[in-house]
Design a protein around this ligand. Structure first.
Ligand code: SF4
Ligand code: SF4
Length: 452
């Protein structure tokens, strides 16, 4: 860790995090946002954005959290970081990592000069135009995926103790794709001012490759190049070929003419083969790998980042998945053009990695750790980078610290039972077969099925 940078952050306060100013994810489909992506979402006021389009980010609610951070109070919504910091004092939480980023650190003096500025333009923006999606991943939600929305409308929530994926205000407030959406309207009003000093723009979903606003955005960038901008698109990489080809055509033009600084594509996968397809319902694992190769072959020098949200269902096939990632890395001209990032899954709580009992899962975790450490990059071969491994180590530390909790058995019993309720209902609704897909989890399944 850069100690000088750390000292600067610590000198502001014990709970300061620049991401609360510099980073935002905006869901235009229902008018919610959060800074960063760990805290829950909060509503954007239509009244506030009428006169100040940047209130898509600078909401009154957020100004209050910023005030807390300046005063050294830990905002409750940032518990992701407090949990990482409290579990092991050597852990480096995202609060520091995000504050050190090139889109944060240089702006800290601007922040402290006017911490409650209502027109602070973020430097890293994630935007979702709608929840239109062809997948229903097990950790996703109806307000993010229209497929999930359809399923829940038809069958209701899952019968877990917390009624997983019930329709809530986030889904109820979704503005249908074909209706007037004031948030999208204001977004395009704000865009010319926002994009001028923007360093990162990431389009998330739903599935961005299915949304017409993604095309509009790429066309606007072609009209008005942004040489300092890193442009990122998320995709599940399993959409119709015509959508892939249209996006490729526009990205290729932007890339060949150097209209932005960098282009990155983010895609998710966190297990191998049919286990990955169970987690990410709608995924075709082979198509996904082929699309990774396709973009690499057709767009020179872009980066593809695999988001691998490590969860209970990742554990048993993760080494096989990493083997595939390594094969893909080796097919890239530069290994740095294919990266893997491993955040840990927090929600839904019935799918967190630490639910897998230590006696059953420790061997897998150690094998993954060994595989990573044995395949670190050297000068002769394309392999994993140390920082990719470090990110995974952080997840391991967290899982182990959860296993070590004194009241672990009691604390997570209901979540484990919920997991069984979830997969049973999943199999019933979707015609899947959990134990056929994950035969190695039979002992775990039976252990908690009995307790229902
Ligand atoms: S403190 Fe952590 S959770 Fe809160 S905004 Fe910063 S990085 Fe995100
Ligand atoms: S592809 Fe993305 S938006 Fe669609 S269900 Fe999966 S996680 Fe949700």
């Amino acid at each position: 860790m850069d100690l000088e940078k750390k000292a600067k952050i610590d000198s502001i306060s014990k709970s300061f995090c620049a991401a609360k100013w510099t980073q935002v994810t905006i869901h235009l489909g229902n008018g919610y946002n959060h800074s960063c992506h760990h805290p829950g979402l909060h509503k954007i006021s239509i009244e506030e954005i009428k006169n100040n389009p940047s209130a898509l980010h600078n909401t009154r609610y957020k100004l209050e959290r910023r005030r807390e951070m300046m005063e050294g109070i830990r905002p409750k919504e940032c518990d992701y970081c407090w949990r990482v910091e409290d579990s092991n004092e050597k852990n480096v939480s995202d609060r520091y990592l995000k504050s050190f980023e090139s889109w944060s650190f240089p702006y800290i003096d601007d922040i402290i000069a006017d911490p409650l500025n209502e027109k602070f333009n973020p430097k890293y923006v994630e935007v979702s135009f709608s929840n239109q999606c062809n997948f229903k991943c097990s950790y996703c939600a109806p307000y993010v995926s229209s497929k999930w929305q359809e399923e829940i409308k038809k069958y209701g929530p899952y019968p877990t103790s917390k009624k997983f994926n019930s329709i809530n205000h986030l889904t109820e407030e979704i503005i249908p794709n074909n209706s007037y959406n004031p948030y999208i309207d204001v977004w395009w009003k704000w865009f010319p001012d926002l994009v001028k000093n923007l360093l990162y723009l990431r389009v998330t979903g739903g599935e961005p490759f299915l949304n017409k606003n993604t095309i509009i955005l790429l066309e606007k960038i072609i009209e008005n190049p942004q040489k300092e901008l890193t442009l990122s698109l998320n995709s599940n990489f399993c959409v119709p070929e015509k959508n892939i080809n249209r996006i490729l055509e526009l990205l290729k033009y932007i890339n060949d003419n150097k209209l932005v600084k960098n282009i990155e594509l983010y895609t998710s996968c966190e297990a191998y083969g049919e286990k990955a397809e169970y987690i990410r319902w709608g995924l075709n694992y082979e198509t996904w790998k082929n699309t990774v190769r396709f973009f690499n072959e057709n767009l020179r020098n872009i980066k593809i980042i695999i988001m691998s949200t490590f969860n209970l269902l990742s554990i048993s096939s993760y080494v096989d998945f990493l083997r595939d990632v390594l094969i893909l890395k080796k097919s890239f001209k530069e290994e740095s053009h294919l990266l893997i990032d491993t955040p840990y899954l927090r929600y839904p709580t019935h799918q967190t990695a630490w639910l897998y009992d230590r006696d059953l899962a420790e061997k897998y975790i150690d094998d993954i750790d060994d595989y990573f450490s044995e395949n670190l990059a050297d000068f002769s071969e394309k392999k994993f980078f140390a920082y990719e491994y470090t990110k995974f180590k952080r997840v391991v530390n967290l899982i182990k610290s959860e296993w070590n909790r004194e009241n672990y058995d009691q604390m997570y019993l209901e979540d484990k039972k919920d997991f069984i309720r979830f997969v049973d209902e999943h199999d019933r609704r979707r015609g899947s077969n959990f134990l056929k897909t994950f035969p190695e989890m039979e002992t775990f399944y039976n252990r908690y099925k009995e307790k229902l």
